[in-house]
Design a protein around this ligand. Structure first.
Ligand code: TYC
Length: 123
């Protein structure tokens, strides 16, 4: 008997025996069906601006507009929040984006010789 014939016979026997319908005694090995949709969820990081006594308010507003793409009114609101509360969230991003924004803010502040500081924190 060829191996193909052998397989056909096994299948025929299994059918007659009531298998071949996905039941446990089927000859086919099955993988567990995925029951939950696989949603990739990258961790997000808050970019936090810190208050200080020397960086001008207008400079912080311009940074929020240029680096964090905040409209003028929202940039002003965030800056005032930081001014009054000591710190505030400028934006929330995946790790590498947040890292780049922190570095950009620090570079702009350094160039302008202001002590503006910025950190990041996992959400
Ligand atoms: N406190 C600063 C001032 O009075 C303004 C300021 C706001 C500085 C937000 C930093 O992240 C900051 N000029």
């Amino acid at each position: 008997m060829s191996s193909l014939e052998y397989i056909y016979r096994r299948v025929a026997i299994a059918r007659i025996a009531g298998a071949g319908d996905g039941s446990d005694d089927d000859t086919v090995t099955e993988r567990k069906t995925r029951t939950k949709a696989k949603t990739a969820k990258p961790p997000l990081y808050k970019v936090i601006l810190l208050n200080d006594d020397y960086t001008p308010m207008e400079f912080v507003v311009e940074v929020l507009k240029a680096v964090f793409h905040r409209p003028h009114a929202e940039a002003t609101r965030i800056m005032l929040h930081v001014h009054q509360n000591g710190m505030g969230v400028a934006g929330v991003y995946p790790f590498e984006v947040a890292e780049t924004k922190v570095r950009t803010v620090e570079e702009l502040a350094k160039q302008a010789e202001y002590p503006l500081k910025c950190t990041m924190e996992k959400e």
